[in-house]
Design a protein around this ligand. Structure first.
Ligand code: HEC
Length: 260
């Protein structure tokens, strides 16, 4: 009995804490493929050009990206490095943390491990879920991260999104004549879908593809050794197949005398 209570505590409590820490938006699935180097290179380009101004990725070095993603050091230096001139440098943010904290009220977090503590689906949905909100200081809000202080930095690509709500039946508070409130059946407005209020330079498919590349790159950023593991894994598979063939020939040879 005691054991099962302990089990419940160990399994259910973290699960419920994790669940409540989430949000109410539905997360979209994203095709993560670290073997797709072209996608990772496009993602790196977007990340360095549009995210590194505020966020750092301070556990990653430029030349590691260049090596892993087959980008020449000279191309890296010319097109992708703005905060430093040394390819061996760590990826720091352009904006000093103090300035960013003053402007946004909160320091933009380091993004090296973002896809580890948030799921890739969360990042992918978050990047596509900014909408116009005149009540927020930046003029933007996000359905995945309510009242986020990050502005929609890619609005020129995506355009301006507006929320379309739908009615949902729910229990709502109602004030009676005597001043007391009771719960009655009513309707509330909930998120239904986004519509583009002002188009950007990309259509929906193009923007989704760009955000998939960016998320793909951020997954790589959180676990660059995965590429090495894939390479070793492929080598091991080839070795095993060759070994299987050799073992089969050996087996045939050994059993020849016994079979006859
Ligand atoms: C103008 C500055 C700025 C730029 C540029 C910017 N961000 Fe942010 N970002 C922020 C701030 C500030 C926060 C913290 C939001 C908060 O806590 O309310 C944030 C939060 C985030 C988070 C949530 C982190 C977490 O888990 O809490 C992610 C993910 C993120 N940014 C990704 C990106 C990506 C990807 C880009 C590039 C396309 C980018 N950001 C560009 C300012 C910026």
């Amino acid at each position: 009995m005691r054991k099962s209570i302990l089990f419940c505590l160990l399994v259910l409590v973290p699960a419920s804490v994790w669940a409540s820490g989430g949000n109410h938006a539905r997360l979209d699935s994203v095709n993560i493929d670290l073997g797709d180097k072209a996608s990772l290179r496009r993602g790196a380009h977007t990340f360095i050009n549009y995210c590194l101004s505020c966020h750092s990725a301070k556990h990653m070095r430029y030349n590691r990206i260049a090596r892993d993603l087959d980008i020449g050091d000279d191309i890296m230096k010319k097109n992708l490095m703005f905060t430093t001139d040394k390819v061996g440098s760590l990826m720091k943010a352009t904006m000093p943390v103090e300035d960013a904290t003053e402007w946004f009220g909160v320091a933009p977090p380091d993004l090296t491990l973002a896809t580890r503590y948030r799921k890739p689906e969360w990042i992918y949905t978050y990047l596509r879920s900014f909408y116009r909100d005149n009540k927020s200081p930046s003029g933007w809000n996000n359905i995945v991260f309510e009242n986020v202080s990050m502005p929609h930095v890619l609005y020129e690509w995506q355009g301006h999104q507006r929320i379309v709500y739908k009615d949902k039946k729910a229990m709502v508070h109602k004030k009676n004549k005597d001043g007391k409130t009771t719960m009655v059946e009513g309707t509330i407005k909930v998120f239904d879908h986004f519509e583009i209020a002002r188009p950007g330079t990309m259509n929906k498919e193009e923007f989704n593809a760009a955000m998939r590349d960016l998320t793909n790159f951020m997954v790589y950023l959180g676990d660059p050794a995965r590429l090495v593991r894939y390479r070793i894994g492929a080598g091991v598979m080839v070795f095993l197949f060759i070994f299987l063939f050799v073992a089969y020939l050996l087996k045939k040879n050994f059993w020849r005398d016994i079979d006859h």
